[in-house]
Design a binder for this molecule. Structure first.
Ligand code: HEM
Ligand code: CA
Ligand code: CA
Length: 293
């Protein structure tokens, strides 16, 4: 069982060290807040919140970093390394990489103007990572609503919780290669909006050009849901949440009530952070988040 005061005697400065480093990293580059939030999600959905996502591949295409959803896409590893080395100086061998990810995600959301929540702590780090599990457990941006619902249901989340967590797309950026089909071929998109995205995402080439995930992608707010209501969802999977189906009413509600989105988001993040953590004598406390001890 995790507890929010897990480090209060073993490393009382842990939370302030993490917060300070996240704050510095996000001040230096706003997008890093988004990247750190996504790292925690991609960790927890693949064999639980055990920092498996941070292990470097020992042989190519065996670990999670090189799996499709992560390769050339996940970022923020250097920030986690910086935090880990500060923590190792202060309290060697005490704070897990998995807990660093959970706290950094929360601190990122707060730093970008979003809500806060209390992070349960005491996760330990995995000694293995799985390329196949990362391929199979992370949702695809080309999925329809039913596939999104089942990807989250496989991890114990309801459809409303899936909608809430998708609100993470209120911050950060997406590559042209992910949105090309949507902006060139789909009809459930505002045509002026599609035209503006095409300027930075040609029909051929420019695959890694970036576009913001909502119209206020530097701020954690409810604009993502407001955008969905006016058919300005950026990815196919985003617009699926407001496309005439069962989740439309919740998107409408969040678009008008950011307090409700914020409070639901905090609860859903705590639930996500509880996905099969290693505790007690399972796993280890890594010295270097990229390698097993
Ligand atoms: C609902 C299913 C989801 C799908 C299909 C999905 C897919 C994606 C994709 C394809 C990208 C862009 C990757 C790239 O262009 O390199 C992205 C970015 C992002 N996702 Fe998700 N995601 C989902 C849910 C979530 C959740 C639950 C969170 C967090 C709570 C999240 C947080 C983010 C953030 C913050 C970014 C921007 C990262 C950055 O700028 O570095 N996503 N997502
Ligand atoms: Ca994991
Ligand atoms: Ca936003």
């Amino acid at each position: 069982q995790l507890s929010s005061n897990f480090y209060s005697s073993s490393c009382p400065t842990a939370l302030s060290i993490i917060q300070g480093a996240v704050s510095a990293a996000v001040s230096k580059e706003n997008r890093m807040g988004a990247s750190l939030l996504r790292l925690h999600f991609h960790d927890c959905f693949v064999n639980g919140c055990d920092a498996s996502v941070l292990l470097d591949d020992t042989t190519n295409f065996t670990g999670e970093k090189t799996a499709g959803p992560n390769n050339d896409s996940l970022r923020g590893y250097e920030v986690i390394d910086t935090i880990k080395s500060q923590l190792e100086k202060q309290c060697p061998g005490v704070v897990s990489c998995a807990d660093i990810l959970a706290v950094a995600a929360r601190d990122s959301v707060v730093k970008l103007g979003g809500t806060t929540w209390t992070v349960p702590l005491g996760r330990r780090d995995a000694t293995t990572a799985s390329f196949n599990d990362a391929q199979n457990n992370l949702p695809s941006p080309f999925s329809d609503l039913s596939a999104l619902i089942s990807a989250f249901s496989n991890k114990g989340f309801t459809a409303p919780e899936m909608v809430t967590l998708s609100g993470g797309h209120t911050i950060g950026q997406v590559k042209c290669s992910i949105i090309r089909t949507r902006i060139y071929n789909e009809t459930n998109i505002d045509s002026n909006f599609a035209a503006s995205l095409k300027k930075n995402c040609p029909s051929t080439g420019g695959d890694s050009n970036l576009s913001p995930l909502d119209q206020t992608a530097r701020v954690f707010d409810n604009t993502y849901f407001k955008d969905l209501v006016i058919k300005k969802g950026v990815m196919h999977s985003d617009q699926q949440l407001f496309n005439g189906g069962s989740t439309d009413s919740q998107v409408n509600t969040y678009s008008q009530n950011s307090a409700m989105f914020f409070s639901d988001f905090g609860s859903a993040m705590i639930k996500m952070g509880n996905l099969s953590p290693l505790t007690g004598s399972n796993g280890e406390i890594r010295t270097n988040c990229r390698k097993t001890n």
